[in-house]
Design a protein around this ligand. Structure first.
Ligand SMILES: NC(=O)C1=CN([C@@H]2O[C@H](COP(=O)(O)OP(=O)(O)OC[C@H]3O[C@@H](n4cnc5c(N)ncnc54)[C@H](OP(=O)(O)O)[C@@H]3O)[C@@H](O)[C@H]2O)[C@H](O)CC1
Ligand SMILES: [K+]
Length: 504
């Protein structure tokens, strides 16, 4: 799915009206119907549920008025609260007129803040994508009142006060919604950790906006759901053999951190690799042979760290990083790898990234299309400067990837993949149970296998791997619970997760 800016969303609105020959109030009616249907289906409210609908002066408020009318028609008794304003949108005024007289409709003032019982459902239709500045005065007071009320808060389109696609001054008032019901496509703001407390559980409701416009519009950000990737992993041909899927080399592990090497190796083996050779320090030889018998092991001459790069000729792709440690001799191995990769796809993680950050001249040697998988702290070390906020970090990601012509997986709740040409892809799978040791090592193994598969483009390999890794976490958590989820559980579900994406 594409992620549009607020500006592009308004253009999409207009394109839809033109293409479908409908009036703007008809489109508003669709949006309201989608919200009302969701409310009744998902919350299954009793007829006695006190619905309080807070409406601003624009079309977001218009949506709220239409929802109030629809709830009334369905047998509920919503109460409407209007934010005083000097100008209103035409469709707000039309829906104000259409409001049945039986619905209580009160203009808010500092003296008429409604009492909201805890069982109340409050709809926030104050401001949506038309927000042009931070909220102050009465609007800010209402937001504070809603946030401390204890009522179930449901934001229409965007939690009021939140800018859909740009940062806002720290501490500016924003509704803290339990649910956000947005239209057609997600907003960028929903995907950034700093906004999690405002957006709550968000859902995108289709309202039939013009598909042609969406298809043609160029965007900076994408949201990757199952529909986006289904069928992109080609089936394995009947006559394919282990050579077809590539022979990967993994450099991983050090004394005390062999588990990382085992997890990455096993994940790689479960992700379709044809052959896998693992370079580990000598101390890891038995460990790897026993815990990953499908892999070949090339022990390093040194006992505790990887100090020598094997001959690269046999390998289709190389992964380096999990559990390696940061010895000077290991940094030298990284330098040789970068210099001798000769077009082989590289997947760099963990200590390989830390070594890049401490030996910054190595960054200049990164071969194009390398795939890096930092968590936010490792990414900060790579860029060499902290990010004051999520939007800033996103721009750093874009700049880093265009500068070094690389792919970079910034791991988090909505893992973001930066690409050499600039667009960023946000992943939709995964859960907080995966925020535990070894989860990143598993991702490295999965990505290594997919980068070794010559049938896949670098972009598809990265997107499929990230998505399948998260999906494996979701499948595993259904069995183990989030707290009980371990990296080893993830590995068991990588196969089924990849199978869901296989087709063609
Ligand atoms: N395609 C869709 O997704 C559809 C969306 N719909 C809904 O429409 C809104 C967007 O409506 P819009 O009228 O453009 O914008 P808002 O309702 O968010 O608000 C605009 C008015 O609010 C004023 N404003 C803006 N910021 C502030 C502020 N900080 N304090 C006070 N007033 C503010 C603004 O005034 P300006 O001075 O900035 O001009 C406007 O008066 C979208 O979110 C959906 O809910 C459609 O219903 C269907 C299709
Ligand atoms: K809103």
């Amino acid at each position: 799915m594409k992620i549009l800016t607020a500006h592009q969303t308004h253009a999409l609105d207009q394109a839809t009206l033109q293409a479908q020959g409908i009036s703007s109030d008809a489109l508003m009616e669709r949006a309201a119907t989608a919200c009302t249907t969701w409310l009744l289906d998902q919350l299954q409210p009793a007829f006695t549920t006190p619905f309080h609908i807070f409406c601003g002066p624009g079309n977001n408020g218009g949506d709220g008025l239409a929802i109030a009318r629809q709830l009334h028609a369905a047998g509920y008794t919503p109460q409407v609260w209007l934010l005083p304003a000097t100008k209103h949108s035409p469709d707000f005024l039309l829906n104000r007129q259409r409001l049945p007289p039986q619905i209580s409709c009160t203009e808010l003032s500092a003296r008429t803040m409604p009492a909201l019982p805890p069982e109340a459902v409050a709809l926030d239709a104050l401001f949506g994508t038309g927000l042009s500045r931070p909220l102050v005065g009465l609007a800010a007071d209402i937001v504070a009142h809603l946030n401390q009320s204890g009522a179930t808060l449901l934001a229409v389109d965007v939690p009021s006060g939140l800018f859909a696609d740009s940062s806002q001054p720290a501490g500016s008032p924003v509704v803290q919604a339990r649910y956000t019901l947005s239209f057609e496509l997600p907003k960028l703001a929903f995907l950034l950790p700093q906004n999690a407390g405002f957006v709550g559980d968000w859902t995108v409701l289709p309202i039939g906006l013009d598909a042609d416009f969406i298809h043609k519009e160029a965007v900076d950000n994408h949201f990757v759901d199952a529909g986006f990737l289904r069928g992109r992993l080609p089936q394995r041909g009947k006559f394919s053999h282990k050579g077809t899927f590539g022979h990967a080399l993994l450099l991983a592990g050090s004394y005390g951190k062999m588990g990382a090497a085992v997890l990455a190796a096993r994940a790689c083996l479960h992700s379709g690799i044809g052959l896998l050779t693992v370079r580990v320090p000598a101390v890891g030889y038995d460990i790897l042979q026993i815990s990953a018998p499908e892999a070949m092991v090339l022990p390093d001459p040194a006992r505790e760290f990887v100090t020598e790069l094997p001959e690269l000729k046999p390998y289709a792709a190389v992964g380096m990083g999990p559990g390696l440690g940061q010895e000077a001799s290991t940094a030298e191995v990284l330098r040789q790898l970068l210099q001798n990769a000769s077009g082989r796809p590289l997947v760099l993680d963990a200590d390989a990234l830390n070594l890049l950050a401490t030996h910054r001249e190595l960054l200049e040697l990164l071969p194009p299309n390398s795939l890096l998988t930092p968590h936010p702290k490792e990414f900060e070390r790579l860029t060499g400067e902290p990010a004051p906020g999520d939007y800033h970090r996103l721009e750093q990601l874009r700049n880093f990837c265009t500068q070094y012509r690389c792919y970079c997986v910034l791991k988090g709740a909505y893992t973001a993949l930066g690409t050499p040409d600039g667009p960023v892809y946000f992943n939709s799978t995964g859960n907080p149970g995966m925020a535990s040791g070894g989860s990143g090592d598993v991702l490295t193994g999965v990505l290594l296998a997919l980068r070794a598969d010559k049938r896949l483009s670098p972009l598809d390999a990265a997107l499929l791997g990230i998505f399948a890794h998260g999906r494996a976490g979701d499948l595993a958590a259904a069995e183990t619970g989030q707290a009980g989820l371990t990296a080893s559980d993830l590995i068991r579900y990588i196969g089924p997760a990849l199978q869901e994406l296989t087709g063609g």
